[in-house]
Design a protein around this ligand. Sequence first.
Ligand SMILES: Cc1ncc(COP(=O)(O)O)c(C=O)c1O
Length: 440
Amino acid sequence: MTATTGIERASAGPRAAAYGQRAAVVFPDARLTAADTRPVPLVMARGAGDRIHDVDDREYLDFHLSSGALVAGHAHPEVQAALRQQVEAGGNFGALNVAAIELAERIVAAVPSIECVKLVVSGTEATLHAIRMARAYTGRDLIVRFEGAYHGHLDMVSLSNKLASLGPADRTRIPDTHPIPDCPGIPQAIQDLCLVAPFNDAATLKRIMAEHGSRVACVIMEPFQRFIAPQPGFLQAVREITTEHGALLVFDEIVTGFRFGLGGAQEHYGVRPDLTTLGKIIGAGYPNGAIGGPAAIMKALFGKSARAPVYLAGTFAGQAVAAAGGAKTLELLARPGAYEHLFALGERARAGLREALARRGIPGRVFGIGPLFHLHFDDADVANARDALGEDKALRKRVWDGLLAHGVHITGARGFVSLQHSTATVDALVERFDAVLHNL
Ligand SMILES: Cc1ncc(COP(=O)(O)O)c(C=O)c1O
């Protein structure tokens, strides 16, 4: 079978259509996750390097990379070898294993604030455990989070992320400190344990903490929130405010970890949190998650002398295949030139996409840092999630669907490049993006 090119991918191929019908029977929404919003069934068969092929052997340049998990790209030969070796040796032992120890050592060596880690199975598990750990450590129940941040998909964190009930009119309105649940099914009692602040607004956080600080266990945040960069001094201010009130600062580095350099956003911005959550990259495409922090905190919560150790379990925690893939990926990232490659390609993508927007006269911004790029169809500055409410969402959807039809796999509005992406692939993205804008 020959790989196809061109916009014939606007409709499903015969095999994808057939699988799509089967999926619609067994999956109530005919898809795997909420992020899967493609207009036609997209059923993938294999991936290699910077591209994937669907069941009809249609080729897609992949800038989604399993939601950023595959920083080494698809089926990287060295990662594959590490995974294969671990599969053959037995994948899960329910006991300490060499791969898990090596992964933990690499995390500790790389991330400035981490001296010990606990392994879990996903990013969501990591953030939920971090919150439990902060509560146990401080003896307090409330958490503070920033509006628009994503910390996973379960109750305690599925709050004030999607903001689906808000529109452009809410742009200039300061958020209420009460969270907006992301969906039905999240009890009011859970919502009442969460306070919400706007990102990049230290004054409001200060006010919230002045009122509630003595009951706040932690402030949890993405240090680089989705696509919004912290303004100079903001992370430092959050660090000071949390310290002042005896609350822990949790950096959710599930996206930013190992992405802006081996030390993640905390090294990039020079701010040390108390706890850090990790995921994605440390599993090399297999489920993995971690919570790390200084030994003083981690041993107080889990050490042999801890008075009441926090309960953390999981049949698959420290699973050796994911750990072996993660450890090998961190080894690849530690090699000379790895981040130079990722940063150069990311910059090339951002510059090319910006030029295309300008050439076609489409209002928009391209945000991002290092290997991340994010397209935003609005010309306004964005310092927090409310500023982004004015985006032309219909236009964004048309562009994403158009890119898919042109053989570019990307979801949401955020793209990632990998160690196996090349300048040619990035230039192809920009050309296809330009073609999509031209056809609008
Ligand atoms: C910043 C952040 N935190 C938490 C999560 C949840 O991780 P997982 O999807 O592995 O549960 C994600 C996932 O995209 C994320 O981007």
